[in-house]
Design a protein around this ligand. Structure first.
Ligand SMILES: [Zn+2]
Length: 318
């Protein structure tokens, strides 16, 4: 863990929430809540220069907002998730009709500035992409250098994503208990974005229990875990979510592993651009007052006092 010494503070690489929806949340409060960087997984793109909604533009790109890497549209089967969801912003879904249509769908996201491709495979909420279409999307995205993140929901969908070469799952699988051999195979090349707290927001239903069990084994096999909350969907705090951190600790992550999930220091190829954002000279760092306590309960208390600030502000504090 690379820690810089500033008297009175622990300074860490800027914390990343790897699953947010900026179209549904006021991002200006994220930095005060410790989040320096976000990965938007659908429904958002920077307002165009011609955008008349200047308020929206300043809201998402102002000083208090985090550095953003984004997917733009959800790529889905015709009629597929989340097209019919009440929360889905207009135009947020790009339906992919055939393998031949896959390249155009991916290129449209690239043209809008996307750094990752988001696909949905939610068999509980509608039709899902056929395997040949799925493979065509992943193949073309990889040719263009874009990692692919899947929302996999419904029995068998996480396996389909894995077999098609998807790089990351937007949620820890929760629809079923994945068998050990599959979890172990996934751990060799996939990234899972945690989002444990979306299941009940502290109420811990069956989905939470299944997801926690899958994540425990994925982490134990060395799988790469990123902290992510699905911010924008449901009653989640804007900033670090203490319940997500507690759920990660409960799933067997050490305090060091939780910090790695937040700082995303070990991203490998996924998504390289996230690593790039944190190494730029003006990137934010996350600072926490005092030193990290050893006790996990005190650790969660301590962590949730984090703030994301610019390197310039850091010099002023030092
Ligand atoms: Zn989401």
């Amino acid at each position: 863990m690379s820690t810089m010494i500033v008297p009175g503070f622990t300074v860490l690489r800027g914390f990343l929430d790897a699953h947010v929806h900026l179209a549904l949340v006021d991002a200006t409060r994220l930095a005060d809540g410790g989040i320096a960087r976000v990965l938007d997984l659908g429904g958002w793109a920077p307002p165009a220069a011609s955008e008349t909604n200047a308020a929206a533009a300043s809201r998402t790109l102002s000083a208090g907002a985090p550095d953003v890497v984004y997917a733009h549209q959800f790529l889905a089967a015709p009629g597929g998730y989340p097209g019919a969801q009440a929360w889905a912003p207009a135009g947020c879904v790009r339906e992919v009709t055939s393998p031949a249509d896959a390249a155009a769908a991916v290129d449209a996201q690239l043209a809008a500035g996307a750094s990752v491709v988001k696909i949905t495979l939610n068999s509980e909420a509608g039709p899902v992409l056929d395997t040949d279409v799925l493979r065509a999307i992943v193949g073309h995205a990889h040719e263009r250098g874009l990692p692919v993140v899947a929302h996999a929901q419904g029995v068998g969908q996480a396996l389909r994503a894995f077999l098609a070469g998807v790089d990351a799952l937007a949620h820890t699988p929760f629809s079923e208990r994945l068998v050990d051999d599959l979890v172990e195979a996934m751990a060799t090349r996939m990234t899972w974005i945690s989002t444990l707290d979306i299941h009940g927001w502290g109420e811990h239903g069956d989905d939470f229990v299944r997801a926690s069990d899958n994540l425990r084994r994925f982490h134990a096999h060395g799988g790469r875990v990123l902290y992510g909350t699905d911010l924008g969907n449901g009653p989640l705090p804007v900033g670090l979510n203490r319940r997500e951190i507690e759920a990660l600790l409960a799933a067997g992550l050490s305090t060091d592993a939780v910090l790695r999930a937040l700082t995303a220091e070990d991203l490998g190829d996924f998504p390289g651009v996230l690593a790039a954002t944190s190494s730029s000279a003006d990137a934010r760092v996350t600072v926490v007052p005092g030193e990290r306590p050893a006790d996990p309960t005190a650790f969660a208390d301590w962590l949730c006092t984090a703030q994301a600030i610019s390197r310039t502000d850091l010099k002023d504090r030092g």
